[in-house]
Design a binder for this molecule. Structure first.
Ligand code: HEC
Length: 131
């Protein structure tokens, strides 16, 4: 009986560990991902050399902020509407947007198919939080 208890305990610890490690993103990996997939359009400040100008700069950080705050950037019509309606890039909205931009916002100018792997998404989120 004691042995079963121990085995169960070990299994639980392993499960808990596996679950937490698959959801907590790695900012370093996220930065690499962003350098490859986002930086041709966005700039991220000193951390990534490549500085895209097609999209709004994300240098000042974006997680938890109001959408559409980059002055002089010409946002698309649906984005302008969302801004007017008070869209905030909290983690839930950002996750859904980045997973499939066109599904989250029909007609957005962000021509990016989306971050398909949950693991990459968690890493990118950790990186965006570090800005
Ligand atoms: C092909 C260019 C392109 C790529 C690649 C791209 N974006 Fe964008 N992004 C844009 C454009 C253009 C907009 C403005 C959208 C609009 O006005 O509809 C935008 C908007 C955004 C916004 C909203 C910003 C704001 O000011 O409210 C976020 C956040 C964002 N992108 C993050 C990302 C991340 C993270 C990646 C990589 C996983 C990425 N983008 C990849 C072009 C791109």
């Amino acid at each position: 009986m004691k042995k079963i208890g121990l085995t169960l305990f070990a299994a639980l610890v392993t499960l808990t560990f596996a679950a937490s490690s698959s959801f907590a993103g790695d900012a370093g990996k996220g930065m690499k991902y962003a350098a490859k997939k986002c930086a041709m359009c966005h700039s991220f400040g000193a951390k990534i050399k490549k500085k895209g100008k097609i999209g709004p700069s994300l240098e000042a950080g974006i997680v938890g902020k109001k959408a559409g705050q980059v002055a002089k950037f010409k946002y698309s019509k649906p984005m302008k509407k969302a801004i007017k309606n008070g869209l905030v890039w909290d983690e839930a909205n950002l996750n859904t947007f980045l997973k499939n931009p066109k599904k989250f916002m029909k007609g957005t100018k962000m021509a990016f198919p989306g971050v398909k792997k949950d693991k990459d998404l968690a890493d990118v989120m950790a990186f965006l939080k570090s800005l």
